[in-house]
Design a protein around this ligand. Structure first.
Ligand code: ZN
Ligand code: ZN
Length: 333
């Protein structure tokens, strides 16, 4: 009952609720097709060229690493960590799922490090991810894992969206995102902010502060960008295809420790799709989950609050009902 009230409050506050603590996710499993709409496989050549450039240049950048200062390598690692945090703690757990609340200084910081990650604007990212949860593994899921590893990892960014993604995506409430001035600012100036935060400033810093060449600074920026992109994509690919399903065996998202390790806590994906409102995306606290540690640190200094979590009882009862050892039919393609 309390959960029902909380869910209503969520909807009133955000125009959207990510699901309740009993795991009643607003998740549609139907894969209805409309006879007049054919699945789209129209290639976006501009994106193919950009993705090819980033990956081929990154191979060159790896060779170039031996000419970089150690400080530059460390700088690349630290900016990579923070840009991933901009996706996990920012676009994902804060803005898409509203699993905690953040004050303006923290939201501003998360917006900046999210722009450093350059994975579309927070608005677009959150819209796609809400569709992904609501329509998982259907044509309306932007990175539908039923279309194979390559598609859900990177391919979905190289073709036009399936018509269902656009048509059903219109049912996703986004008012809470439109109302946030931090998101509005990033969206308005994204074309300027994105290259500035992701490539230009990170290339200049090593040159200005410790005499690195601008070229090496650029190489490290592209390599960091490529690594963080692929790490984030493993959540859509590896964590939807490989791993255990202890909480709900009827869905495809799985617990994948490799993904958790790489994506700073986002690999507990069977748990996350079962209890999407939980700010920790896991029942194991800080285990392989630096994003949770960061949010707790922010709560400690008063910047984050109202962290939502799932009770042990709710987890246990859900596991009995739909978990690995329940009688329920497991997911099949
Ligand atoms: Zn999610
Ligand atoms: Zn997922």
């Amino acid at each position: 009952m309390t959960e029902e009230i909380e869910k209503k409050k969520d909807i009133q506050a955000n125009g959207w609720s990510a699901g309740d603590r009993n795991g009643n996710i607003p998740h549609e499993k139907t894969n209805e097709r409309f006879p007049d709409i054919k699945p789209s496989m129209q290639i976006i050549w501009k994106n193919v060229i950009i993705m090819s450039y980033i990956h081929l240049f990154s191979v060159y950048a790896i060779v170039q690493l031996r000419h970089c200062f150690l400080k530059t390598l460390l700088f690349g690692f630290i900016t990579g960590f923070f840009s991933e945090l901009g996706v996990t703690a920012g676009a994902h757990r804060l803005w898409t799922h509203r699993s905690y609340k953040a004050k303006l200084p923290l939201r501003t910081f998360l917006m900046i490090i999210n722009t450093l990650a350059l994975q579309n604007s927070i608005f677009d990212w959150s819209r796609d991810h809400r569709s992904h949860h609501k329509y998982s593994e259907t044509d309306a899921d932007p990175h539908n894992a039923r279309r194979g590893f390559f598609f859900c990892h990177i391919g979905w960014l190289m073709v036009r969206k399936h018509p269902d993604v656009i048509r059903k995506g219109k049912n996703i409430p986004l008012n809470d995102l439109l109302d946030d001035p931090v998101i509005a600012f990033q969206r308005k100036y994204f074309l300027v902010l994105a290259p500035l935060c992701c490539f230009i400033i990170p290339s200049i810093i090593p040159w200005y502060f410790w005499g690195e060449t601008l070229w090496n600074g650029y190489c490290i920026s592209v390599l960091r960008y490529c690594c963080v992109l692929n790490i984030t994509w493993t959540v859509n690919s590896f964590a939807h295809l490989f791993g255990d399903r202890p909480y709900d065996r009827t869905i495809h998202p799985a617990e994948n420790y490799f993904v958790s390790l790489a994506a700073i806590g986002e690999g507990f994906h069977n748990y996350h799709h079962t209890f999407p409102s939980d700010y920790s995306t896991s029942e194991y606290g800080y285990r392989l989950n630096p994003t949770t540690a960061f949010i707790d640190l922010m709560a400690f200094i008063g910047q984050a609050y109202d962290r939502k979590s799932t009770t042990k009882n709710a987890i246990q009862s859900r596991m009995k009902r739909t978990g690995k050892y329940s009688d329920i039919k497991e997911a099949g393609w």
